[in-house]
Design a protein around this ligand. Structure first.
Ligand SMILES: [Zn+2]
Length: 327
């Protein structure tokens, strides 16, 4: 059963919010676009694993997607954990196309595509580090003598895998996604003894979900972009230009003449992703380019979010994860 489903990554939402508000001529526009493309491709790769995982028995396996834990010193992130009473399966998903050569002598991964060679960090080292950190975390939480099996799952069936002859470790650990349920079945059948009781397994998967701490990178700081460099206003969802004008409660695009009643929601979400979850009337007027206090007040009130303070000092607490998305 799926204990923790995969959600659309907040990092992609944040980066897209920045991209949508940077002029295309901005020096950081391209690097941010590349970062988005890389992350979207990774997310698609992870999603494509779901079909193959659906072949695992619901009762036997607990599936936890996209988990970030603290080992006492560092945070570590794991794409998918699959727990049974016998093993913990740690899965790192790579969505890399072309021909991949795993070089275990220099610890690098070389991709060849369209006659171009490109080096990637060695995923075997990455999963080894993740295993060490997970082991440390398990000990920290009094789970001892558990066995972790780690895999690097290549999500595209068209990716060609290659390595030096007799590089057994690669053959064991690097697999195409369709192979994963069979590998797990093999390990489950090869071991008779259960290391966890049903109760302990439930406790462990619950604990991992509870201790999950989502990453919260401030990409504006990371890319050294100041708030002033972001273009303000409500973005037109049809032609992506800004700002839209508000006329009698409707947002109108000056370029493609698209009309929307709730185009401001995406702009408020941008504010919450990039600036703060708290917003005042003055701040929303500036960020959304709303001409009057009265209009801004109407918009803030219809959001039906919690607020504190009175009059000019009133602060609205945005909550896009639950309330506003259902609005
Ligand atoms: Zn437009």
């Amino acid at each position: 059963m799926i204990i923790k489903p995969r959600k659309f990554p907040i990092a992609i939402k944040k980066l897209k919010a920045i991209q949508g508000r940077l002029a295309q001529s901005h020096p950081k526009y391209e690097i941010i676009s590349e970062n988005i493309a890389k992350r979207v491709s990774g997310y698609k790769g992870e999603q494509s694993l779901d079909y193959h995982l659906s072949f695992l028995d619901e009762k036997t396996f607990h599936i936890i997607h996209d988990v970030r834990l603290f080992d006492g010193k560092h945070y570590f992130q794991i794409d998918t954990l699959i727990l049974s009473r016998k093993f913990i399966y740690l899965v790192e998903v790579k969505n890399i196309t072309g021909t991949l050569f795993f070089d275990n002598q220099f610890n690098q991964l070389i991709r060849t595509q369209n006659n171009t060679k490109e080096a990637f960090p060695d995923p075997l080292i990455q999963v080894e580090r993740q295993c060490n950190q997970l082991n440390k975390w398990l000990k920290l939480h009094k789970f001892k003598n558990l066995q972790i099996k780690d895999f690097i799952v290549i999500s595209s069936p068209r990716t060609i895998l290659d390595t030096f002859p007799n590089n057994e470790k690669i053959h064991q650990k690097v697999i195409h996604s369709a192979k994963l349920p069979f590998k797990i079945k093999y390990f489950e059948e090869s071991q008779e003894k259960n290391l966890l009781t049903e109760n302990q397994l439930n406790k462990l998967s619950k604990l991992i979900s509870e201790k999950h701490t989502p990453g919260n990178t401030d990409f504006l700081t990371f890319y050294n972009i100041s708030g002033d460099e972001l273009q303000k206003g409500v973005i037109c969802s049809q032609c992506t230009k800004l700002p839209m004008d508000i006329i009698r409660g409707q947002w109108i695009c000056n370029y493609c003449h698209f009309i929307s009643k709730n185009a401001h929601l995406a702009a408020i979400e941008d504010y919450s992703l990039l600036i703060s979850n708290d917003i005042t009337n003055a701040q929303i007027r500036m960020f959304l380019k709303i001409p009057s206090i009265y209009m801004a007040n109407k918009i803030l009130t219809t959001l039906k979010v919690n607020f504190t303070g009175k009059n000019k000092g009133r602060v609205y607490h945005l909550d896009f994860d639950s309330r506003i998305q259902n609005y």
